[in-house]
Design a protein around this ligand. Structure first.
Ligand SMILES: *Cc1c(COP(=O)(O)O)cnc(C)c1O
Length: 220
């Protein structure tokens, strides 16, 4: 077993322990292996170990490696977890199974048009900027309801959940709790939150998807 496959296994066990500790079934939690900056030689051992759910943060980088890997592993589930530009929306719809970073009207409009044109419907999450950081993508917490309703009503997009990346230097717990509260108020079932440093806290606070990169693939 390669190093990355061994680390994946260890992370899987930590997810199971975190779920058990708060009385959740580990089957409710999906581990998104974030493979950004890593190539097929690092990704293949994880695929060979049976893992199928991966995250990438750049459309162009993902296009360079995943179409070939998907030919060998057609049951992949690829998540777009990085900021999305509208000129990359067509490529994102073509490649990804889940787009976690819907966060403004222009992207919602472009995604809706591309989904209709390509006859594809990736699952969609709205990114929330829980820390209201000026440099960070995502809708503000207070604007989440209006934006989800706009996606739904004006563009016919089915938003299934919320995603956040808490401020780097803050305790993530309150941000995860806020995301859970917003999702509950909107009746949304998917919560993508928690990374290598804090996925156990995220599981305790209701994450259905944790996005773990460096703890599986090594430092970037
Ligand atoms: C890189 C990245 C991750 C994974 O971060 P690690 O700390 O390496 O686990 C998770 N989410 C997003 C949005 C990322 O860009």
């Amino acid at each position: 077993m390669g190093d990355s496959a061994a680390r994946l296994d260890a992370i899987g066990k930590r997810c199971a322990a975190a779920a058990a500790a708060c009385g959740r079934a580990v089957s409710e939690i999906s581990l998104v292996a974030v493979s950004k900056t890593f190539g097929p030689e690092e990704i293949l051992p994880v695929l060979e170990a049976g893992h199928r759910v991966f995250g990438e943060n750049r459309v162009q980088e993902a296009q360079g490696k995943w179409p070939q890997l998907r030919e060998r592993y057609p049951d992949l589930e690829l998540h777009m977890i990085g900021p999305l530009q509208s000129n990359k929306a067509a490529d994102a719809v073509a490649l990804f199974d889940v787009i976690e970073t819907v966060d403004r009207e222009k992207i919602a409009a472009t995604l809706a048009a591309e989904m209709a044109r390509q006859g594809k419907s990736p699952r969609l999450l709205v990114q929330v900027n829980t820390g209201a950081e000026p440099q960070k993508a995502g809708v503000l917490p207070a604007e989440t309801r209006t934006f989800v309703e706009l996606c739904r009503e004006k563009y016919g997009l089915k938003i299934e959940g919320l995603m956040c990346i808490p401020p780097f230097d803050e305790n993530p717990g309150p941000h995860f709790a806020l995301l859970r509260k917003l999702a509950a108020e909107l009746g949304l079932g998917i919560l993508s939150m928690g990374m290598s440093a804090d996925f156990e806290t995220a599981i305790e606070l209701g994450a259905t998807h944790v996005r773990v990169g460096s703890a599986i693939f090594g430092s970037r």
